[in-house]
Write a protein that binds this ligand. Structure first.
Ligand SMILES: NC(=O)c1ccc[n+]([C@@H]2O[C@H](COP(=O)([O-])OP(=O)(O)OC[C@H]3O[C@@H](n4cnc5c(N)ncnc54)[C@H](OP(=O)(O)O)[C@@H]3O)[C@@H](O)[C@H]2O)c1
Length: 236
């Protein structure tokens, strides 16, 4: 299968949490800075996020009722921009996210064209919404995400050779579930969270079948500023 090399890059607490009060602790600040700075090390052309992460940090929340004038677009891939230098891959199986325009700009990062990843469960009105905004979209799966199809399309349609998967926990595990994560990069803050509700780096969705534990091999362990650890693992 022709697909990108996949790196899952995440900031965690000592107890493997990727969200929660620990992130506001002053002792977590060096890890937050290192997490952002280390993104560039991986030279990825695209970063992929799950629906919840997109809604919380990258999209303009959820779209609600879509008003469209032409909603008979077929459920086929649509590539609005083929020569972007950078992409945000937004996994949105049912088509729910709202966007002001077709790109995302974050401080210190290249402007990224949005590629929405849909399933056949999407309503066709949402396709008209994305076309109007000139946002690219691709189909991968019937009602849940087919990670293999998605990776193959990112490689074939957008020439993406290196992909960063950056949360949340449900999205990360969807790829680990199918042994599609080549490398795991963890920036660990010297802070514990303790919450049993905060999301962990890997969370298996209920609709996925049970599988044996995923095993990785330690590639590198580095101590960074502020007692932060940077751990890199590769797939065994
Ligand atoms: N520390 C870090 O480095 C970091 C980085 C990114 C995010 N985060 C945090 O992570 C948290 C969100 O994590 P999360 O695990 O709750 O959410 P998530 O992975 O961002 O998104 C989960 C949603 O994505 C869809 N999804 C995921 N896997 C799917 C699959 N295989 N098939 C179909 N749909 C799938 C589902 O959407 P539907 O339910 O709509 O079907 C699911 O509810 C946020 O609090 C965010 O701040 C932390």
């Amino acid at each position: 299968m022709n697909r990108p090399y996949v790196i899952c890059h995440m900031l965690t607490s000592l107890d493997g949490k990727i969200d929660g009060a620990y992130m506001s602790a002053p002792e977590c600040a060096p890890a937050l800075t290192a997490y952002g700075n280390l993104r560039g090390v991986f030279r990825c052309q695209a970063t992929l996020y799950g629906t919840t992460t997109m809604a919380g940090s990258y999209s303009k929340g959820y779209v609600g009722q879509v008003e469209v004038s032409n909603s008979d677009y077929p459920k086929e891939d649509f590539i609005a921009v083929s020569d972007a230098e950078s992409y945000v891959i937004s996994v949105d199986p049912k088509g729910s996210l709202a966007f002001p325009c077709n790109s995302i700009e974050k401080k210190g990062r290249a402007k990224a064209h949005i590629v929405e990843v849909l399933t056949e469960a999407v309503h066709i009105d949402y396709l008209a919404y994305l076309r109007k905004k000139e946002i690219s979209y691709i189909f991968a799966g019937k009602d849940t995400l087919d990670c293999r199809i998605l990776l193959e399309k990112l490689h074939r349609l957008f020439s993406i050779e290196r992909l960063m998967i950056a949360g949340g926990g449900l999205m990360n595990w969807s790829f680990v579930q199918e042994d599609l994560v080549d490398e795991v990069s963890i920036v660990m803050a010297p802070v514990a969270d303790g919450s049993i509700r905060a999301v962990s780096i890997f969370e298996k969705a209920d609709f996925l079948p049970a599988r044996s534990p995923a095993v990785f091999k330690l590639k590198e362990a580095k101590t960074l500023d502020g007692d932060t650890l940077w751990l890199r693992y590769t797939r065994r």
